[in-house]
Design a protein around this ligand. Structure first.
Ligand SMILES: [Zn+2]
Length: 411
């Protein structure tokens, strides 16, 4: 039986040109390698899953490749056949050491690394130390490392990776060439997913690719792991559709998401509640539903700021956004998601019925009240008079279904 290799490993980039959505970084590293101006230490930082460790390994490969003739200098395009490249492919390179600072934070752990820097490389020209999550090192470990970092042996290179560069001491940072890896753009990621699916013998529909890409928030690793599940579920048809991905992710269709959000923003509390109950009954995961609505709401706010839409007041949208974030968080670990969902929908649509804060301010400050206020009031009358309130009743109804579970949501 063939050994199964997960997609993220199978399609792990091997060269700078294979990096997804990191063109600027690839260009800088290439120029650094081609001009042979290689510093002693590199630092790659950025959110999880964007390819920091992958980039570190590619860089190590470039620095260690000796070419098919065994004499080539460092390169931006490793040969893939020399003993260094081959050892790297087998994860057996004796001169490239990976160290996880998250699990080995102490000064004794780092002393092992420092000691190892004293020995000459076996295969390539450098000994390379890749230290992942370097910000986790203890203060004394950093201090111990600093001495070596100040005057490293000529054959030693350090490549640090971290999700939290701000936690790396300035003394260490200043001795590194630092690169920020950006979250991969949704388009680039979707395209990559379509290519991988194709290589696996599947058709991944564009909409489905976009959804996976959005869901993984710029992390290639997360995206490939979602794709992997989707491929398994579509093994018979070999076609991955939007609906199959939605179903797999426990989400509602994108139409459902927009309809529910519009009901909320239009303060149609009863209808919104009904719609959310309907979606829950169909098996929609409330947390995923809220995450998806959050994406749409975000785009509405951006459109509002850019003057592309005229309805809804910006201050109300921003206020709703705040509550949205909190409710989404509440849903993440809710023990009784159905009730938390209902309460969240009611709270949000009730909030949407509040009068426009900017208009209220005009009313509170008579000096700012224009002469023709009564006319404005007439025009905006509908907006500045709170709508008849049915929400309190709905909230108590929900709370009575399960007393205590949602009380903190309606404070
Ligand atoms: Zn090579």
């Amino acid at each position: 039986m063939q050994h199964y290799v997960v997609l993220s490993r199978k399609y792990r980039p091997k060269g700078l040109s294979d990096l997804i959505g990191q063109e600027v970084l690839a260009k800088s590293l290439r120029s650094c390698l081609e001009t042979k101006k290689v510093p002693h230490a590199f630092l790659f930082h950025g959110i999880r899953g964007v390819g920091k460790t992958t980039t570190a390994r590619i860089l190590a490969r470039c620095l260690c490749c000796i070419g098919s003739d065994g004499k080539t200098d460092i390169t931006s395009s490793p040969c893939g056949v020399c003993r260094s490249c081959v050892a790297m492919d087998k994860d057996q390179h004796l001169d490239i050491m990976e160290f996880d600072a998250a699990s080995r934070t102490g000064v004794d752990d780092i002393r092992e690394v420092i000691e190892a820097t004293q020995y000459a490389p076996v295969l390539g020209r450098y000994k390379i130390f890749i230290i992942d999550e370097v910000h986790m090192l203890s203060k004394s470990a950093f201090n111990a490392l600093l001495k070596t970092l100040e005057e490293p042996p000529a054959h030693v290179k350090f490549i640090f990776a971290t999700t939290e560069a701000q936690k790396v001491p300035e003394t260490v940072l200043s001795r590194c060439m630092a690169f920020r890896l950006h979250p991969v753009s949704p388009d680039a990621l979707a395209e990559h997913l379509i290519n991988v699916a194709q290589k696996e013998g599947y058709t991944l529909e564009k909409d489905a690719a976009n959804l996976i890409s959005e869901e993984s928030e710029g992390s290639v690793r997360d995206a490939l792991s979602i794709l992997e599940q989707a491929l398994m579920l579509s093994a018979e048809t070999k076609i991955v559709t939007l609906d199959s991905v939605l179903k797999m992710l426990g989400g509602a269709t994108s139409d459902d998401v927009k309809v529910l959000l519009k009901l909320i923003l239009d303060a149609k509390t009863k209808e919104a509640l009904q719609k959310s109950e309907e979606l829950f009954a169909k098996g929609t995961d409330p947390y995923v539903l809220f995450k998806n609505m959050q994406n749409v709401l975000y785009r509405i706010i951006v459109d509002k700021v850019n003057g592309k839409i005229t309805n809804y007041s910006l201050s109300n949208l921003l206020y709703i956004w705040q509550i949205f974030l909190k409710q989404t968080e509440n849903l993440r670990n809710a023990s009784f998601p159905e009730y938390v969902l209902s309460a969240a929908v009611v709270i949000l649509s009730h909030t949407a019925s509040f009068p426009d804060i900017e208009q209220l301010m005009i009313r509170e400050n008579p000096s700012e009240v224009p002469n023709n206020f009564s006319k404005i009031e007439q025009i905006l009358g509908d907006k500045i008079t709170p709508k008849p309130d049915t929400s309190n009743e709905l909230v108590s109804n929900i709370l009575s279904k399960f007393p205590g579970s949602t009380a903190h949501n309606v404070e």
